[in-house]
Design a protein around this ligand. Structure first.
Ligand SMILES: [Zn+2]
Length: 138
């Protein structure tokens, strides 16, 4: 059974509490729905700033490592107002595992109860896909 938006948002908020963000103090939690299960992730910073891992990529990685290959929905919890969508790198990562970006919901929330709903296609309308690579092999 597909987790509800509330289940996904709750998991993202809980994951945000486990963020490791001693430098930016910008805590992010994410939860992706895949195969009927919820996979949480949080941002993990590093003293070498470029090594920082976003919550969204952490959650997507957890799903893939568990054997999932299709992400069905994404929730992200930030401290921003309005709630911030994922960065471009994370959108590209999610797109790799999206069957139909126009039907993949991405909901972003914060502690103030603000909530914004997008589809992946709205946030990444012209993402790079494997189809581009395949087109060179014809
Ligand atoms: Zn990101």
């Amino acid at each position: 059974m597909t987790p509800s938006e509330e289940d996904l948002v709750g998991a993202a908020l809980a994951a945000r509490d486990r963020a490791y963000a001693p430098y930016s103090h910008y805590h992010v939690g994410c939860a992706v729905s895949a195969g009927g299960r919820i996979f949480p992730g949080a941002n993990i910073e590093n003293a070498s700033y470029g090594l920082t891992l976003c919550a969204e990529r952490a959650a997507a990685s957890a799903a893939v490592i568990a054997g999932e290959r299709r992400i069905d929905a994404v929730a992200v919890a930030t401290q921003s107002s309005p709630p911030a969508p994922p960065c471009g790198m994370c959108l590209q990562t999610i797109a790799e595992f999206a069957d139909d970006p126009a039907r993949l919901p991405v909901v972003v929330v914060n502690d103030r109860g603000e909530r914004r709903r997008f589809t992946l296609a709205e946030l990444l309308p012209h993402g790079f896909t494997g189809a581009a690579l395949e087109s060179t092999r014809k």
